[in-house]
Design a protein. Structure first.
Ligand code: ADP
Ligand code: MG
Length: 211
C-alpha cells in the first residue's frame, strides 16, 4: 500500500505515462480516424514526448511545478483542440498544487476537479457531448468519493471510472469538436480524447502498481 508519492515518484509517474502514451499512439490515431481526422495519437505522442523532455531536464520544487510543466508542454507541442484541452487540464491542476510536496489522494482530487472545471470553462463541453469530459468527469467524481484513502487504492478506482466513461461515449452523438459534423455517424465509436483520458489515468495507476 502506497499512501502518497514523493516529488521524485511523481516525476517518475509522469515519465511512465509519457512513455506509455507514445506506445498507444497508433490505437488513438485509429479511434480518431473513425470520427475525426486521425491525428489524436500523434498529437498525444508529441505532447507527452515534449513533457518527458521537460521532466527529464527540469528542476521542480512542488507537485504543482511538475504538473504545470506537463500542461505547458502539452499545450505547446500538441496544438489544435486537444492541445488546448489537455494542456488546460494539467496547467489548471498544477496551479492549484503549487504548494504540495507530495502527490496524495487529495492532490489527485484537486488535479481532476480543478482540471475538469478549467477544461469546461475553456471548451464549453458538458457531459454527454462525446468528449474527454465524459471520461474526466466520472474520474473526478470517483476520486472525490474515494476521498482520503491511499493513492494506491484510489488511482485504480479512478482509472476504472474513466474507462467506463470512455466506453459510454460509444452511445453518444458528438456535439463538440470535429466529430460534431458527423452527427449520428459518430455513434458506435468511442471518443478518442476520452480514450486517452482513461489511458493517462490508467498509466498513472499502473506506475503506482509497480512500486
Ligand atoms: P483535433 O480535433 O484538433 O484533431 P485531436 O484529434 O488531437 O484534435 O483531439 C480530439 C479530441 O479532443 C476529441 O476526441 C475530444 O475528446 C477533445 N475535444 C475536442 N474539443 C473539445 C472540447 N471543446 N472540450 C473537451 N474536449 C474536446
Ligand atoms: Mg484529430
Amino acid at each position: 500500500m502506497i499512501e502518497r508519492l514523493s516529488l521524485q515518484q511523481t516525476i517518475d509517474m509522469f515519465v511512465y505515462v509519457a512513455n506509455h502514451m507514445e506506445a498507444v499512439a497508433a490505437r488513438l490515431n485509429e479511434a480518431d480516424q473513425a470520427i475525426g481526422d486521425g491525428d489524436h495519437g500523434e498529437a498525444m505522442a508529441r505532447g507527452w514526448r515534449s513533457a518527458r523532455e521537460a521532466l527529464d531536464s527540469g528542476e521542480f520544487n512542488s507537485i504543482g511545478d511538475v504538473v504545470s510543466a506537463v500542461g505547458m508542454r502539452m499545450m505547446a507541442a500538441m496544438g489544435g483542440a486537444s492541445g488546448a484541452i489537455f494542456g488546460t487540464w494539467f496547467k489548471a491542476g498544477g496551479k492549484s498544487l503549487a504548494e504540495d510536496e507530495t502527490f496524495s489522494s487529495e492532490a489527485l482530487i484537486i488535479l481532476l476537479d480543478h482540471g475538469l472545471e478549467a477544461v469546461q470553462a475553456r471548451g464549453h463541453a458538458n457531459p454527454g457531448d462525446k468528449t474527454m469530459v465524459d471520461a474526466l468527469q466520472p474520474a473526478a467524481t470517483a476520486a472525490a468519493l474515494a476521498g482520503t484513502r491511499p493513492i494506491s487504492e484510489v488511482l485504480p478506482v479512478v482509472a476504472a471510472s474513466a474507462q467506463q466513461g470512455a466506453d459510454s461515449t460509444r452511445k453518444l452523438v458528438a456535439r463538440m469538436g470535429r466529430a460534431r459534423t458527423l452527427g449520428e455517424r459518430s455513434l458506435g465509436h468511442p471518443d478518442p480524447g476520452a480514450l486517452s483520458t482513461h489511458l493517462i489515468l490508467q498509466h498513472m495507476a499502473d506506475y503506482v502498481g509497480t512500486l
